[in-house]
Write a protein of this length. Structure first.
Length: 227
């Protein structure tokens, strides 16, 4: 506690005063006492309770927003890799594909090697979906309008000998950058779907290799084209 002695007319505002008798002068002086006790425990607890209540309301919304940004980023990344695989096929005048490991929730680009021993060669690194996102249909039963006849991930990949690889999905492009099926014919049935807190995203390809991005909240909700 700080004690300051002053005359009545000069005491600062907002402080309590205490009268002190003086034997030397006919005037009475005032002892100005400045209160420095701070906040009480009740006041601190009240502020803490308000802060905790506000955080409880904000945190879930923030987490959902972050999750939505993550799955949106994953969906756009898949579209970019499909576009890259298409260009790699045309640039090398060979086949290329986007190889998806459905169990590991990862994907990468592969190019068919024509010289030497023919086979699929990985180009670039392996990308993995963000935590909480997965290659899944998310309970959705119908495909986006004007795309697939039946909702499904792209068909399974095959090894160098043509044997099917389980738990995979592949979008294959020919040397002209056109998506093709196992027989080599142009197809408009290829798509990749991912599911997360932000809903379900679908990346589809037309027979002319046009990449489109779709979103739905899941369930029976309709698809909205994002790109």
């Amino acid at each position: 506690m700080t004690i300051q002695t002053c005359w009545i007319a000069h005491c600062p505002r907002g402080i309590r005063v205490q009268e002190v008798k003086s034997d030397v002068t006919i005037f009475d002086s005032l002892t100005c006492v400045r209160d420095q006790r701070g906040f009480s425990m009740v006041e601190v607890l009240a502020v803490a309770a308000v802060a905790i209540t506000a955080a409880a309301a904000v945190v879930p919304v923030t987490l959902n927003t972050i999750a939505s940004f993550r799955i949106n980023g994953d969906a756009h990344a898949i579209g970019n890799h499909l576009a890259n695989a298409k260009m790699r096929a045309a640039a090398n005048f060979t086949s290329s594909r986007l190889y998806v490991d459905l169990n590991a929730n990862s994907y990468h680009t592969e190019v068919w090697r024509k010289s030497g021993t023919p086979g699929w060669v990985t180009e670039g690194g392996i990308e993995t979906l963000a935590h909480g996102d997965a290659f899944s249909l998310g309970g959705v039963t119908a495909p986006p309008a004007g795309t697939q006849v039946t909702l499904a991930q792209a068909p399974p990949c095959s090894d160098d000998l043509g044997n099917m690889i389980s738990n995979t999905a592949c979008v294959v492009f020919n040397s002209r950058g056109i998506p093709i099926d196992a027989t080599g014919a142009a197809t408009a049935s290829d798509a990749l779907y991912i599911t997360g807190t932000g809903g379900v995203y679908g990346t589809t390809l037309s027979a002319t290799s046009r990449v489109q991005l779709w979103w739905t909240a899941g369930g029976n909700a309709g698809w909205t084209r994002k790109q």
